[in-house]
Design a protein around this ligand. Sequence first.
Ligand SMILES: NC(=O)c1ccc[n+]([C@@H]2O[C@H](COP(=O)([O-])OP(=O)(O)OC[C@H]3O[C@@H](n4cnc5c(N)ncnc54)[C@H](OP(=O)(O)O)[C@@H]3O)[C@@H](O)[C@H]2O)c1
Length: 275
Amino acid sequence: MKAAAPSTRLQYHKRPRIAMAARPNKLANKHIVVFGGTSGIGFAVAEAILACSPTTRLTISSSSGTKIEATIKRLLQTFPSNAIAGHVCDLATPDLEDSISSLFSAIGKVDHIIVTAGDPISRASVHDSTLDSIRAAGQVRFIAPILIAKHGSKYLAPGPESSIVFTGAMVGQRPMEGWAVVAGYASGIEGVTRNLAVDLKPLRVNCVAPGPVDTELVAGMSDEQRRGFYAIAAKTPVGRPGRPEDVAEAYLWLIKDSNVTGFVACSDAGAKLSG
Ligand SMILES: NC(=O)c1ccc[n+]([C@@H]2O[C@H](COP(=O)([O-])OP(=O)(O)OC[C@H]3O[C@@H](n4cnc5c(N)ncnc54)[C@H](OP(=O)(O)O)[C@@H]3O)[C@@H](O)[C@H]2O)c1
Protein backbone atom coordinates (compact mmCIF):
# COMPACT_ATOMS: atom_id res chain seq x y z
CA MET A 1 0.00 0.00 0.00
CA LYS A 2 1.25 3.53 -0.91
CA ALA A 3 2.26 5.70 2.08
CA ALA A 4 0.07 8.80 2.50
CA ALA A 5 1.73 12.09 1.48
CA PRO A 6 2.71 14.17 4.53
CA SER A 7 0.16 16.89 5.26
CA THR A 8 1.70 20.36 5.38
CA ARG A 9 -1.34 21.49 7.32
CA LEU A 10 -0.66 18.94 10.03
CA GLN A 11 2.97 20.00 10.12
CA TYR A 12 1.93 23.59 10.54
CA HIS A 13 -0.28 22.70 13.46
CA LYS A 14 2.59 20.77 15.02
CA ARG A 15 4.67 23.95 15.27
CA PRO A 16 5.03 24.89 18.93
CA ARG A 17 2.86 27.91 19.70
CA ILE A 18 4.73 30.83 21.16
CA ALA A 19 3.02 32.42 24.14
CA MET A 20 2.21 36.10 23.48
CA ALA A 21 4.43 37.25 26.36
CA ALA A 22 7.38 35.25 25.00
CA ARG A 23 7.06 36.56 21.43
CA PRO A 24 10.11 38.47 20.32
CA ASN A 25 9.72 42.19 19.72
CA LYS A 26 9.72 42.37 15.92
CA LEU A 27 11.42 45.76 15.81
CA ALA A 28 14.12 45.03 18.40
CA ASN A 29 17.62 45.55 16.92
CA LYS A 30 16.13 46.47 13.51
CA HIS A 31 17.36 49.40 11.46
CA ILE A 32 14.58 51.45 9.88
CA VAL A 33 14.92 54.46 7.59
CA VAL A 34 12.13 57.01 7.22
CA PHE A 35 12.28 59.39 4.25
CA GLY A 36 10.23 62.41 5.32
CA GLY A 37 10.70 61.66 9.03
CA THR A 38 11.06 65.30 10.09
CA SER A 39 7.38 66.20 10.18
CA GLY A 40 3.75 65.14 9.87
CA ILE A 41 3.05 61.49 9.18
CA GLY A 42 6.76 60.57 8.90
CA PHE A 43 7.55 62.06 12.31
CA ALA A 44 4.64 60.17 13.86
CA VAL A 45 5.89 56.95 12.23
CA ALA A 46 9.38 57.61 13.66
CA GLU A 47 7.91 58.06 17.15
CA ALA A 48 5.77 54.92 16.84
CA ILE A 49 8.79 52.86 15.74
CA LEU A 50 10.96 54.08 18.62
CA ALA A 51 8.16 53.41 21.10
CA CYS A 52 8.29 49.70 20.09
CA SER A 53 11.83 49.00 21.33
CA PRO A 54 14.79 50.85 22.87
CA THR A 55 17.10 48.82 20.60
CA THR A 56 15.54 49.86 17.28
CA ARG A 57 17.92 51.96 15.16
CA LEU A 58 16.31 54.78 13.24
CA THR A 59 17.61 56.92 10.38
CA ILE A 60 15.51 59.88 9.37
CA SER A 61 15.93 61.71 6.10
CA SER A 62 14.59 64.91 4.56
CA SER A 63 15.84 67.79 2.42
CA SER A 64 16.91 69.92 5.40
CA GLY A 65 19.90 69.26 7.67
CA THR A 66 18.58 71.79 10.19
CA LYS A 67 15.19 70.08 10.42
CA ILE A 68 16.85 66.67 10.75
CA GLU A 69 19.05 67.88 13.61
CA ALA A 70 16.10 69.45 15.44
CA THR A 71 14.01 66.30 14.93
CA ILE A 72 16.72 63.99 16.28
CA LYS A 73 17.03 66.18 19.40
CA ARG A 74 13.25 66.12 19.85
CA LEU A 75 13.07 62.33 19.47
CA LEU A 76 16.01 61.71 21.82
CA GLN A 77 14.20 63.63 24.58
CA THR A 78 11.51 60.91 24.62
CA PHE A 79 13.64 57.97 23.45
CA PRO A 80 17.13 58.51 24.94
CA SER A 81 18.21 54.86 24.58
CA ASN A 82 17.66 54.52 20.84
CA ALA A 83 20.32 55.08 18.19
CA ILE A 84 18.92 57.82 15.96
CA ALA A 85 20.80 59.19 12.97
CA GLY A 86 19.94 61.52 10.12
CA HIS A 87 20.92 61.88 6.49
CA VAL A 88 20.03 64.74 4.14
CA CYS A 89 18.57 63.61 0.81
CA ASP A 90 16.74 66.20 -1.28
CA LEU A 91 14.36 64.23 -3.48
CA ALA A 92 13.34 67.28 -5.53
CA THR A 93 16.68 67.83 -7.25
CA PRO A 94 17.75 66.50 -10.68
CA ASP A 95 20.53 64.42 -9.07
CA LEU A 96 18.15 62.60 -6.71
CA GLU A 97 19.32 59.18 -7.88
CA ASP A 98 22.90 59.94 -6.82
CA SER A 99 21.63 61.34 -3.50
CA ILE A 100 19.56 58.21 -2.81
CA SER A 101 22.42 55.91 -3.73
CA SER A 102 24.83 57.89 -1.47
CA LEU A 103 22.35 57.73 1.41
CA PHE A 104 22.17 53.94 1.29
CA SER A 105 25.90 53.44 0.95
CA ALA A 106 26.35 55.74 3.99
CA ILE A 107 23.73 54.13 6.23
CA GLY A 108 24.35 50.50 5.20
CA LYS A 109 22.06 47.54 5.88
CA VAL A 110 18.43 48.24 6.73
CA ASP A 111 15.42 46.16 7.67
CA HIS A 112 12.60 48.48 6.60
CA ILE A 113 12.36 51.53 4.33
CA ILE A 114 9.46 53.91 4.84
CA VAL A 115 8.77 56.74 2.41
CA THR A 116 6.49 59.54 3.61
CA ALA A 117 8.33 62.44 1.96
CA GLY A 118 6.10 64.93 0.19
CA ASP A 119 6.88 68.50 -0.87
CA PRO A 120 4.28 71.32 -0.75
CA ILE A 121 1.58 70.96 -3.39
CA SER A 122 1.37 74.20 -5.35
CA ARG A 123 -0.72 73.26 -8.39
CA ALA A 124 -2.88 70.18 -8.21
CA SER A 125 -5.64 71.21 -10.65
CA VAL A 126 -5.42 70.45 -14.36
CA HIS A 127 -6.42 74.05 -15.22
CA ASP A 128 -3.33 75.53 -13.56
CA SER A 129 -0.91 72.87 -14.74
CA THR A 130 2.00 73.10 -17.13
CA LEU A 131 4.30 70.38 -18.41
CA ASP A 132 6.90 71.44 -15.85
CA SER A 133 4.46 71.62 -12.93
CA ILE A 134 3.02 68.17 -13.73
CA ARG A 135 6.50 66.68 -13.88
CA ALA A 136 7.53 68.45 -10.67
CA ALA A 137 4.41 67.27 -8.81
CA GLY A 138 5.48 63.65 -9.33
CA GLN A 139 9.16 63.81 -8.50
CA VAL A 140 9.09 63.45 -4.70
CA ARG A 141 5.87 61.40 -4.43
CA PHE A 142 6.22 59.04 -7.40
CA ILE A 143 9.65 59.03 -9.08
CA ALA A 144 11.71 59.18 -5.87
CA PRO A 145 9.98 56.16 -4.21
CA ILE A 146 10.76 54.02 -7.28
CA LEU A 147 14.43 55.04 -7.16
CA ILE A 148 14.48 54.49 -3.38
CA ALA A 149 13.19 50.95 -3.99
CA LYS A 150 15.77 50.41 -6.75
CA HIS A 151 18.75 51.38 -4.56
CA GLY A 152 17.34 50.55 -1.12
CA SER A 153 16.35 46.98 -1.99
CA LYS A 154 20.07 46.14 -2.34
CA TYR A 155 20.57 47.09 1.32
CA LEU A 156 17.51 45.34 2.78
CA ALA A 157 18.12 42.16 4.75
CA PRO A 158 16.92 39.37 2.43
CA GLY A 159 13.54 37.74 3.10
CA PRO A 160 9.94 38.64 3.82
CA GLU A 161 10.73 40.09 7.25
CA SER A 162 12.12 43.14 5.40
CA SER A 163 9.90 45.66 3.67
CA ILE A 164 9.37 48.94 1.89
CA VAL A 165 6.30 51.08 2.63
CA PHE A 166 5.30 53.90 0.29
CA THR A 167 2.73 56.65 0.86
CA GLY A 168 -0.12 57.27 -1.55
CA ALA A 169 -3.30 59.26 -0.93
CA MET A 170 -7.03 58.69 -0.76
CA VAL A 171 -7.43 61.00 -3.77
CA GLY A 172 -5.91 58.23 -5.90
CA GLN A 173 -9.04 56.15 -5.27
CA ARG A 174 -11.75 58.76 -4.67
CA PRO A 175 -11.89 61.82 -6.94
CA MET A 176 -11.65 65.24 -5.34
CA GLU A 177 -12.27 68.38 -7.37
CA GLY A 178 -9.06 70.18 -8.30
CA TRP A 179 -6.64 67.35 -7.45
CA ALA A 180 -6.31 65.56 -10.81
CA VAL A 181 -2.54 65.85 -11.10
CA VAL A 182 -1.75 64.60 -7.60
CA ALA A 183 -4.44 61.89 -7.99
CA GLY A 184 -2.60 60.46 -11.00
CA TYR A 185 0.58 59.99 -8.99
CA ALA A 186 -1.35 58.69 -5.96
CA SER A 187 -3.03 55.99 -8.08
CA GLY A 188 0.29 55.33 -9.79
CA ILE A 189 2.17 54.57 -6.59
CA GLU A 190 -0.46 51.93 -5.76
CA GLY A 191 0.26 50.16 -9.07
CA VAL A 192 4.00 50.45 -8.42
CA THR A 193 3.45 48.87 -4.97
CA ARG A 194 1.68 45.81 -6.39
CA ASN A 195 4.22 45.33 -9.18
CA LEU A 196 7.31 45.82 -6.99
CA ALA A 197 5.90 43.29 -4.53
CA VAL A 198 6.32 40.81 -7.38
CA ASP A 199 9.60 42.17 -8.78
CA LEU A 200 11.39 42.38 -5.41
CA LYS A 201 9.97 39.23 -3.80
CA PRO A 202 10.46 37.89 -1.18
CA LEU A 203 11.06 41.45 0.09
CA ARG A 204 7.65 42.97 0.80
CA VAL A 205 6.34 46.21 -0.67
CA ASN A 206 3.23 47.95 0.69
CA CYS A 207 1.63 51.38 0.71
CA VAL A 208 -0.44 53.52 3.05
CA ALA A 209 -3.09 55.76 1.46
CA PRO A 210 -4.05 58.45 3.97
CA GLY A 211 -7.18 60.58 3.76
CA PRO A 212 -7.05 64.13 5.13
CA VAL A 213 -4.51 64.21 7.98
CA ASP A 214 -3.79 67.34 10.02
CA THR A 215 -0.06 67.91 9.47
CA GLU A 216 2.38 70.65 8.56
CA LEU A 217 1.55 69.93 4.89
CA VAL A 218 -1.94 71.35 5.43
CA ALA A 219 -0.51 74.53 6.95
CA GLY A 220 1.39 75.06 3.68
CA MET A 221 -1.71 74.75 1.45
CA SER A 222 -3.43 77.66 -0.27
CA ASP A 223 -6.53 78.97 1.56
CA GLU A 224 -8.78 77.35 -1.02
CA GLN A 225 -7.04 73.96 -0.69
CA ARG A 226 -7.17 74.17 3.11
CA ARG A 227 -10.90 74.99 3.08
CA GLY A 228 -11.47 72.02 0.79
CA PHE A 229 -9.35 69.81 3.08
CA TYR A 230 -11.44 70.59 6.20
CA ALA A 231 -14.72 70.30 4.27
CA ILE A 232 -13.76 66.81 3.04
CA ALA A 233 -12.65 65.75 6.53
CA ALA A 234 -15.96 66.95 8.01
CA LYS A 235 -17.92 64.81 5.52
CA THR A 236 -16.11 61.55 6.34
CA PRO A 237 -17.76 58.97 8.62
CA VAL A 238 -15.12 59.79 11.27
CA GLY A 239 -16.01 63.46 10.86
CA ARG A 240 -12.57 65.04 11.36
CA PRO A 241 -9.08 65.02 9.83
CA GLY A 242 -6.88 62.06 10.73
CA ARG A 243 -4.23 62.34 13.43
CA PRO A 244 -0.67 61.52 12.30
CA GLU A 245 -0.20 59.18 15.29
CA ASP A 246 -3.23 57.15 14.17
CA VAL A 247 -2.06 56.91 10.55
CA ALA A 248 1.37 55.80 11.85
CA GLU A 249 -0.26 52.57 13.10
CA ALA A 250 -0.90 51.49 9.47
CA TYR A 251 2.85 51.71 8.71
CA LEU A 252 3.68 49.73 11.86
CA TRP A 253 1.26 46.98 10.88
CA LEU A 254 2.70 46.75 7.36
CA ILE A 255 6.30 46.45 8.53
CA LYS A 256 5.50 43.94 11.29
CA ASP A 257 3.18 41.57 9.43
CA SER A 258 5.49 39.61 7.14
CA ASN A 259 2.46 37.98 5.53
CA VAL A 260 1.35 41.19 3.79
CA THR A 261 2.73 42.43 0.49
CA GLY A 262 1.44 44.41 -2.49
CA PHE A 263 -1.21 45.91 -0.23
CA VAL A 264 -2.59 49.42 0.04
CA ALA A 265 -3.81 50.23 3.56
CA CYS A 266 -6.32 53.08 3.69
CA SER A 267 -6.14 55.19 6.83
CA ASP A 268 -8.67 57.67 5.54
CA ALA A 269 -11.45 58.26 8.09
CA GLY A 270 -13.69 56.19 5.80
CA ALA A 271 -13.51 59.00 3.21
CA LYS A 272 -14.29 56.64 0.33
CA LEU A 273 -17.69 55.94 1.93
CA SER A 274 -18.78 59.59 2.07
CA GLY A 275 -20.79 61.26 -0.71
N1 LIG B 1 -1.55 65.32 5.26
C1 LIG B 1 -2.46 64.82 4.47
O1 LIG B 1 -3.66 65.17 4.54
C2 LIG B 1 -2.11 63.78 3.44
C3 LIG B 1 -3.15 63.11 2.79
C4 LIG B 1 -2.83 62.17 1.84
C5 LIG B 1 -1.52 61.89 1.53
N2 LIG B 1 -0.53 62.57 2.18
C6 LIG B 1 0.85 62.29 1.79
O2 LIG B 1 1.58 61.85 2.90
C7 LIG B 1 2.95 62.24 2.77
C8 LIG B 1 3.36 62.96 4.06
O3 LIG B 1 2.55 64.10 4.22
P1 LIG B 1 2.57 64.97 5.54
O4 LIG B 1 1.21 65.54 5.66
O5 LIG B 1 3.16 64.21 6.66
O6 LIG B 1 3.56 66.15 5.08
P2 LIG B 1 4.59 67.06 5.91
O7 LIG B 1 4.19 67.19 7.32
O8 LIG B 1 4.75 68.31 5.11
O9 LIG B 1 5.95 66.21 5.85
C9 LIG B 1 6.59 66.02 4.62
C10 LIG B 1 7.98 65.43 4.85
O10 LIG B 1 8.61 65.33 3.57
C11 LIG B 1 9.88 65.96 3.62
N3 LIG B 1 10.19 66.56 2.33
C12 LIG B 1 9.61 67.62 1.73
N4 LIG B 1 10.24 67.92 0.58
C13 LIG B 1 11.25 67.02 0.47
C14 LIG B 1 12.27 66.82 -0.49
N5 LIG B 1 12.40 67.62 -1.55
N6 LIG B 1 13.16 65.82 -0.30
C15 LIG B 1 13.07 65.02 0.80
N7 LIG B 1 12.13 65.15 1.74
C16 LIG B 1 11.22 66.15 1.57
C17 LIG B 1 9.70 67.04 4.69
O11 LIG B 1 10.95 67.43 5.25
P3 LIG B 1 11.85 68.68 4.74
O12 LIG B 1 10.92 69.82 4.57
O13 LIG B 1 12.83 68.83 5.83
O14 LIG B 1 12.49 68.23 3.46
C18 LIG B 1 8.88 66.30 5.72
O15 LIG B 1 9.70 65.49 6.51
C19 LIG B 1 3.03 63.14 1.52
O16 LIG B 1 3.48 62.38 0.43
C20 LIG B 1 1.58 63.53 1.30
O17 LIG B 1 1.29 63.80 -0.05
C21 LIG B 1 -0.78 63.50 3.13
